[in-house]
Every structure is written in structure tokens, then in C-alpha cells.
Design a protein around this ligand. Structure first.
Ligand SMILES: Nc1ncnc2c1ncn2[C@@H]1O[C@H](COP(=O)(O)OP(=O)(O)O)[C@@H](O)[C@H]1O
Ligand SMILES: [Mg+2]
Length: 338
């Protein structure tokens, strides 16, 4: 038997459906929802419930088999132990490739499907909060507090515009954190340790990262079971991937042997010859990692955060809405959530 939270602010409901998703935006004015109406999560009740079963894989332990002789080696993922969240870092050292958009919309899709999701924003830009309808000015504890004072973990979580999705907010206070952490013992493991008490209470924890491979991103990778890599189908995409692959292998070798790559997402994909050629090249090198469909370039995805809601509340039938539903179908299977 495992412990899980039964109900926090009415947001955790395994059977929740699209109808259950809470639309907290004012439909007439399009203004940001007042996070004050979505109470801060401070009071946690626990009930006993049956353990989650392990990923329903056919093969012994791995999600897919590698092809030999690939120049770009990415480690394969392993199954999450039963009864605790899979922790997944969404990262790419390049900015503007769709990391934050991916975190917001996959988290929202999973919440909509009744999964218990926690988003941890480790980027000082703090854009996850905006995209999930959380007012940063009303937040007391942030990801910085989580890393420096792990005892704040439970109180740092906030309800969002989506049922079943909670988040720990990133903000400008993350700037300078890397310098401060340099003085601390076990600096690469701070986030991993802080997340431990939360693991039994979620199905998936998604970590958004800054556009760098610094200490905060290393903390996220050390805390994770899997990495999700959004790649824009533009020139130099493979060079960027090779650099990230090196970091992932290094973290795996030195700090976190269970770390694997859960997927490579092709983002901002347009039907140009260059986009198509780059997409084909990535597919050729990493066939078992690429998650289909590619996320098409779609203005609705860029608009949604300005309303404080994810795409499934803004325009679920847009190309962007359909594509994020498609990749969530695949990831739900890979993560054993369906
Ligand atoms: N598929 C897409 N189509 C159009 N615009 C997108 C798409 N994905 C992301 N964007 C927009 O591109 C910008 C960068 O995306 P973002 O998710 O913030 O990237 P990152 O987190 O990697 O810096 C944002 O303005 C976002 O709204
Ligand atoms: Mg971002």
C-alpha cells in the first residue's frame, strides 16, 4: 500500500475529465485568473490507496532497444519504481525551443486525463506560472526556497488553472542561486533531496529548466528518471543535441545512474524544406527516441500564455492543441500512465 493525497483544494481527482478542468480565466475580459481564488496548498490529507503498477513494458526493463553504431548516443530510460512519481526534466541548453510551452501543455494534458502532476519551474523567467494561471506576486515559496530549504517543499506547491496540476514557481530569485550553491555541500543533489517527500503523491513531476547546462539544470537531471528534449527543427539542432547528450551521459556516469532519455520532441515544426530535412536527420539518428507527431508552429500556442491558460483551454482543436494531445498519448504510454 502507498500513501497518496486524497484531496487538495479539490484539485486531485483521478477520474476527472475535460469537463472537470477548472477554467479560471475570465472568459469575457480574457484577464489572468486571480490565484487568490485558487488557495495555496498548505493542508495535506493522506489516505491509503493501492500502489501504482510498474510500467507495462514487454521487454525486461527498457522502453526501447538501441541501434548499434549511432554517433549520437543517448541513454535509454528505465522503469519508475512503483508508488512514486516519475521525475522528468524538460531541457535543452538552447533558449526559445519550446521547453516551457512543452512543460505547460503536457502537464495540462496529463492533468486533464486525471493524472496527478507537479510542475517545478527551475527557470528564473518563471514563465510556467504565467502559462498555468498562477500569479507570481502572491507566491511565498519558490523553487529557490525548495532548493535551499527543502523543508519548504510541501508549502511551496500551488494550485493552477488545471485540475490535478500543481506547481512550484520559479522567479527572478533563482538568478544568483548557482553562485550561492557553489559554497554548499552536495550541491548537485539539493533538488533531488527536496523532492523526495513529494514523490509518493504525484504520478509525474515535470521540471522546466533555464537555457543553460549550469548547476540548476544539473540539479534537475540528478533529481530525474527521464529527460524530455524539445528540439527545434532548425540548422545546428544535431550539434546542440550532441552537447546535451554529453552532459546527460556525464550526469548518468557520475551522479545519477538511472537517468535516461524519455523522448526527443520536434518543436515549432513548419513545412519548409530545411525543417523537414532536419526532422528527417534527427529521426534517422534517434529513431527510438523521437516522439511523434512533431509539434507544428502554431500561433495559438504562443497566444495561450497571455490568457494564463494552456492550449487545451485556449483552443484544443488548434494544430498546437492536437499535436500536444498526440505527444501526450505517446508519453502516457512510455510513462506507464494509461
Ligand atoms: N509550436 C509553437 N508554435 C508557435 N510558437 C511557439 C511554439 N512553441 C513555443 N512557441 C513560442 O515560442 C516562444 C519560446 O517558447 P518557450 O516555450 O518559451 O521556449 P523555451 O522555454 O525553450 O525558451 C514563446 O513565445 C512560445 O509561446
Ligand atoms: Mg523556458
Amino acid at each position: 500500500m502507498a500513501l497518496r493525497r486524497e484531496k487538495i483544494c479539490g484539485t486531485f481527482n483521478k477520474g476527472s475529465s475535460a469537463k472537470g478542468a477548472r477554467m479560471s480565466i475570465d472568459e469575457n475580459t480574457g484577464s489572468l485568473p486571480d490565484v487568490g481564488k485558487a488557495p495555496l496548498i498548505v493542508d495535506v490529507d493522506f489516505v491509503e490507496e493501492e500502489e501504482n503498477t510498474a510500467l507495462p513494458l514487454n521487454s525486461a526493463d527498457v522502453i526501447s532497444q538501441p541501434k548499434s553504431g549511432r554517433p549520437l548516443e543517448l541513454p535509454l530510460p528505465i522503469v519508475t519504481p512503483a508508488g512514486r512519481a516519475r521525475v522528468v526534466t524538460v531541457t535543452n541548453q538552447k533558449g526559445g525551443v519550446g521547453k516551457t510551452t512543452t512543460v505547460i501543455n503536457i502537464a495540462a494534458q496529463l492533468g486533464l486525463r486525471g493524472h496527478r502532476v507537479l510542475v517545478v519551474d527551475a527557470d528564473s523567467q518563471g514563465n510556467c506560472a504565467t502559462g498555468l494561471g498562477v500569479d507570481k506576486s502572491k507566491v511565498k515559496h519558490t523553487t529557490r526556497d525548495l532548493i535551499l530549504s527543502p523543508e519548504t517543499a510541501v508549502n511551496a506547491r500551488h494550485a493552477t488553472a488545471v485540475d490535478g496540476v500543481h506547481m512550484i514557481v520559479g522567479d527572478r530569485t533563482l538568478v544568483g542561486l548557482e553562485q550561492e550553491m557553489l559554497r554548499q555541500l552536495g550541491r548537485e543533489r539539493r533538488l533531488a533531496e527536496a523532492l523526495v517527500p513529494l514523490l509518493p503523491h504525484y504520478d509525474i513531476i515535470l521540471i522546466d529548466t533555464p537555457p543553460s547546462l549550469g548547476l540548476v539544470t544539473i540539479n534537475a537531471l540528478v533529481a530525474s528518471d527521464g529527460v524530455l528534449i524539445p528540439v527545434q527543427t532548425e540548422y545546428f539542432a544535431l550539434e546542440g543535441l550532441a552537447l546535451l547528450a554529453g552532459t546527460i551521459r556525464e550526469v548518468r556516469g557520475l551522479l545519477n545512474p538511472r537517468l535516461g532519455v524519455d523522448g526527443v520532441l520536434l518543436t515549432m515544426h513548419a513545412p519548409t524544406l530545411l525543417n523537414q530535412q532536419v526532422a528527417n536527420e534527427i529521426l534517422e539518428h534517434l529513431p527510438e527516441f523521437v516522439v511523434q507527431p512533431a509539434i507544428r508552429r502554431n500561433i495559438k500556442l504562443a497566444e495561450a500564455p497571455s490568457h494564463g491558460i494552456p492550449i487545451h483551454l485556449h483552443d484544443p482543436n488548434s494544430k498546437g492543441g492536437q499535436d500536444y494531445q498526440g505527444v501526450t498519448d505517446v508519453l502516457e504510454g512510455r510513462w506507464g500512465l494509461n
